[in-house]
Ligand binder design. Structure first.
Ligand SMILES: [Zn+2]
Ligand SMILES: [Zn+2]
Length: 755
């Protein structure tokens, strides 16, 4: 039963069956099948993207950003929610360098119990370092010292823990397989495909399916996905064509300059800024009449980022690569970089690009405060603006007065333009993407709730008939999806040479390794069971017909193996530490007498009675244990086929003691009499066997003395003789001894030549 909380109760039947293969469930498969998706940020909002995916005991975190509309810890994702156990998160996958997707990464890596692995693309990693340093500086401006979320030292520590992943490179971490696709949007942006136990989840991050001046369009994954987690920033809006938006921007800039005004382009220093710089550079190149107006890129970060851009031209589109053949497209002729505000001489109409993009603080806010009282000036907002920012307020409330950062209120006369250059998918792109991808479930994130709700309704209407579930969870709400028991197993090796026919039987061994199922032939098990002891959990059991007494087997095994420990017949105990077994020695000995024992050989193989005439060998497969098992099997078969076993055993000095013990126990049991301790002297002489002083240990060990019907009886198991003062008692004991010995050594009387 799948369900989402937070008012999603009216959704279509959410039960899901993943059934792409025909493998039947005839093997044990542990763990539940429930997939959980929990946004810790970006749930019905844009900002602090951070989502958890839990499935099969694995937890993946997608993105780890801050909310640009909040300061300090308020802007963090909901890390303190009870559903979050940072230490249990296995992998963090980061889609692109934007603050709302990455700015919390150094915090999460250095100030929580998270110990997992982190992956992002090369350009994302390179730019993140700059973004994070800038984030501390910008957030430090209006905050008390020491209240920054992290320090430069934390950034360096975080950088050391990050792994890079290339587009289409497959990585596997403890059964979780993932790879990524180019997502357009900004340089290095990717969407992640995660596969756990055959279930695929695609997390798009921010993506754009349109090519622009420098970026490729987002790729179309060729795999079918079970769950699509998709951004919904623009809801059901559709973008104007790029050419028309470019013209609007140029018109706004030119008309402002002609009227003697200044143009402020608040934009995040990296990403979309480079797209707009490419446009302005080309326009200025083609229009010499504009050369008297300076185009300025303010801030240290933009210039440094441009160097990174130059390094990743190979990841950009054909247009940029062709340009690059002639000259470096990011070495601008008509754009000047200025690092600090003090270098900027604001003496004439100009175009200034400054960060941040939503005018929260920093250089763009400083210029806005300076220019906002004059109607000749213009501010052109080109990016998506989130709640709680000045840019959003300008667009929505269109206020007449503005409160400067110093607290003074001034009339607001500056012209405000909004021309979107943000590379997010619009409704047409999203619909086409979903049509092609055909996911079974769609989870919407990264959108203001009204935008998201409109998109959700449209998608539900469109895909209702095909049973696709659409979800839009709030932060910390859980979307729960259940994947039923059909499983996909990969058939490999010789049994995969011919395509299996429907209805035909496929014989092989099912290997359950790292959440993935593989079927291979028995002979090829070693090849497919995975590296690093993939066979560690493979328990082998083999049944062997064995009609000889248990102690015969024990005797033969003891001649070959140094270490044989008696263990409980409890199946699990046989695989446990042999030391533990010896601790319960007393109990075990008692059980041994009753014939209930199992033997643990070389701490590798357990031999136990499985049924009358049947013994079982059990071992955890690995090369050493397999070898011991082979040897045990060979000894067992030899003991079975060699009729001289018993005689050899009877003559074995060590075995005599054991035989005597068994005889003593059985006679005492039969006659209900007390066994007597053997006398220290005289026994050897009384037996008459070689009494010339060589009182051998065997003679000592082979004698059993007990009291039967008030008469003292002496039994020598070596020659199977009974002596007693009372003839009747002697006869009785002789008969009993004969039965006992024939039971213990059924082949003793055989006249076959001994080996
Ligand atoms: Zn973004
Ligand atoms: Zn974003």
């Amino acid at each position: 039963m799948a369900h989402a909380h937070a008012g999603d109760g009216d959704l279509p039947n959410p039960d899901i069956t993943v059934s792409r293969g025909s493998a039947k469930r005839s093997y044990p498969f542990q763990g539940d099948e429930t997939l959980e998706f929990i946004p810790l940020g970006a749930g019905n909002e844009v900002g602090r993207s951070c989502c958890l995916l839990k499935f099969k005991g694995k937890t993946i975190m997608f993105d780890c950003g801050t909310h640009p509309g909040f300061r300090g810890e308020e802007g963090l994702p909901f890390f303190d929610d009870e559903k979050v156990d940072a230490a249990a998160i296995d992998i963090l996958l980061v889609t692109h360098f934007h603050v709302d997707h990455t700015a919390a990464v150094p915090y999460f890596l250095t100030q929580t119990t998270f110990k997992g692995k982190v992956y992002m693309t090369f350009p994302t990693l390179a730019i993140c370092k700059l973004v994070w340093s800038d984030f501390i500086k910008v957030s430090g401006i209006s905050e008390q010292p020491g209240t920054s979320l992290y320090t430069d030292a934390d950034i360096n520590e975080a950088m050391d823990r990050i792994n890079v992943i290339d587009y289409h490179q497959q990585v596997e971490v403890e059964g979780v397989r993932f790879w990524c696709y180019n997502a357009g949007h900004v340089i290095g942006a990717c969407m992640f495909m995660v596969e756990i136990a055959g279930v695929r989840v695609l997390y798009t991050g921010d993506y754009s399916r349109l090519e622009d001046r420098h970026l490729m369009a987002a790729e179309m994954p060729t795999y079918k996905v079970d769950v699509l987690v998709v951004e919904s920033t623009y809801g059901i809006q559709t973008h104007e064509p790029r050419k028309s938006r470019e013209k609007q921007l140029i018109d706004a800039v030119e008309s402002t300059l002609m009227q003697g005004g200044r143009v402020l382009l608040p934009v995040f220093a990296i990403g979309r800024a480079q797209e707009i710089l490419l446009l302005l550079e080309e326009h200025w190149r083609n229009h010499p009449e504009l050369h008297k107006y300076p185009v300025i890129c303010l801030g240290a970060m933009a210039k440094r980022c441009t160097a990174i851009y130059q390094g990743y031209i190979s990841q950009m589109n054909k247009r940029i690569q062709n340009l690059n053949d002639a000259r470096n497209p990011f070495e601008f002729q008509y754009i000047r970089y200025i690092t600090s505000m003090s270098e900027f001489h604001d003496s004439r109409p100009s175009v200034v690009m400054a960060s941040p993009g939503m005018l929260q603080s920093g250089q763009s806010r400083e210029l806005f405060d300076r220019w906002c009282e004059h109607r000749a000036n213009a501010v052109v907002i080109t990016g998506y603006c989130v709640k709680n920012t000045l840019a959003k307020e300008l667009l929505e409330a269109q206020p007449d007065v503005h409160k400067l950062q110093n607290g003074h209120e001034v009339p607001l006369k500056i012209k405000v333009h909004y021309i979107s250059f943000s590379a997010h998918a619009d409704f047409i792109q999203t619909s086409n993407f979903i049509d092609e991808l055909k996911p079974s479930n769609i989870i919407l994130v990264h959108g203001e709730s009204n935008m998201m709700m409109q998109l959700k309704k449209q998608l539900q209407a469109k895909y209702e008939h095909s049973g696709v579930g659409v979800w839009s969870p709030d932060n910390t709400d859980t979307v729960t999806l259940t994947f039923h028991e059909s499983k996909v197993a990969k058939v490999v090796g010789s049994i995969a040479v011919e395509r299996p026919r429907t209805g035909a039987t496929l014989q092989g061994l099912v290997l359950h390794n790292n959440l993935q199922l593989t079927i291979c032939s028995m002979d090829e098990m070693e090849d497919y069971a995975g590296e690093n002891g993939g066979l560690r959990n493979l328990i082998q059991r083999q049944l062997i017909p064995f009609s000889q007494p248990w102690d015969v087997l024990e005797f033969h095994l003891s001649r070959l193996f140094d270490s044989i420990v008696q263990v409980s017949t409890d199946k699990d105990a046989g695989l446990k530490d042999a030391d533990k077994a010896t601790k319960e020695d007393k109990k075990k000995k008692k059980a041994a007498a009753a014939g209930d024992m199992a033997l643990r050989i070389m701490d590798a193989v357990t031999v136990r009675k499985a049924a009358p005439g049947l013994i079982e060998l059990e071992w955890v497969s690995n090369p050493v244990h397999d070898m011991v098992a082979d040897a045990v099997l060979s000894v067992t078969l030899q003991a079975l086929s060699n009729p001289s076993t018993s005689r050899a055993m009877a003559k074995d000095e060590a075995a005599l003691d054991q035989t005597a013990n068994i005889v003593r126990t059985m006679l005492a049991h039969r006659f209900g009499s007390a066994a007597l301790a053997p006398e220290a002297t005289g026994d050897a002489a009384e037996t008459g066997g070689g009494g010339e002083g060589d009182v051998d240990a065997a003679a000592e060990a082979s004698v059993v003395r007990l009291e039967v019907d008030g008469h003292e009886v002496r039994v020598d198991v070596r020659d199977e003789t009974v002596s007693c003062g009372d003839a009747d008692t002697q006869k009785k004991v002789e008969a009993a001894l004969k039965r006992i010995m024939s039971c213990m050594h059924p082949y003793a009387a055989c006249s076959c030549p001994t080996a």
